[in-house]
Design a protein around this ligand. Sequence first.
Ligand code: SAH
Length: 291
Amino acid sequence: MSKNDGVFRMRSLGTASTGIVDQYADGKAAKLWQLYIGDQKNRTEKYKNFLISLLKRKNVTTVLDAACGTGVDSVMLVEEGFKVTSSDASDKMLKDAYKTRWARRKEPHFDDWVIEEANWLTLTRDVPVPNGGYDALIIMGNSFAHLPDSHGDQRDQRVCIENFAKLVKPGGIFVIDHRNYDYILEHGHAPKNNIYYNSSHIKDIKTSILYINQQPNLITLDYYMNVEDPEENTDDTHFRLSYYPHTVREFSSLLRSAFGPKSKHTVYADFKAMAEEPSPSFYIHVIEKAL
Ligand code: SAH
């Protein structure tokens, strides 16, 4: 068990009233992230075709990855020749992205890769905006559920999604995913299969659900990792992340109200048609913003 078990180490990213926190500030998740996601190519292989063919079909050039973390999806997009801007609120996570950009700076497109520290609440001010907006904006890896519902009325969620909608150009694409919280809330644990994270280093993931006024308010996942190589000097093999759950229905309606009824909204289950995968690990929402 970790010596920090039970202790949330968070750094405030905003005013106390917004309650925005960087759960990655102690660097524990960042340190174990590569182990957690496993081989980067293996991870992205599972949805690379889906994402790249969607972006190419829509003639996308500029992409904003607004929750880039250590840069796993951004690197895939840079390798594919897209003009990528990556942002994240956590400097600890971004550190790995900066290192990769530096290490691969002589490879095509890597020296054009823009990386910025940016919070979704102020995203329109924090990242450079191409004329008319980005051709595509992606937020993947269950990132959005990190945002606390500080006021209990999803005000902050709305502000962020409206910021995303502003940053996508008319006719552009928005891709955002989340874990299958409908399943987690019903069963008390996540589905066994996981489209994103199949690393052999994951020993166990424990789920706890905090209810406030009979409503599920916070889902905490404790990740226990198998670190065999003492050379890695990893003194801790546990990290904890908390999520503010949303059902597919709730989240779909938030998206539709920000992007407007003329935008096309499609939900995929583990990157397949909904009917093909009744208990997916992730839902992926794709919005084609109206012209
Ligand atoms: N997409 C990456 C990272 C997922 S981890 C991957 O799949 O590997 C979730 C990321 O969301 C973290 O790096 C965290 O710092 C970021 N994040 C959480 N809240 C944020 C906010 N309000 N603004 C910007 N980024 C945020």
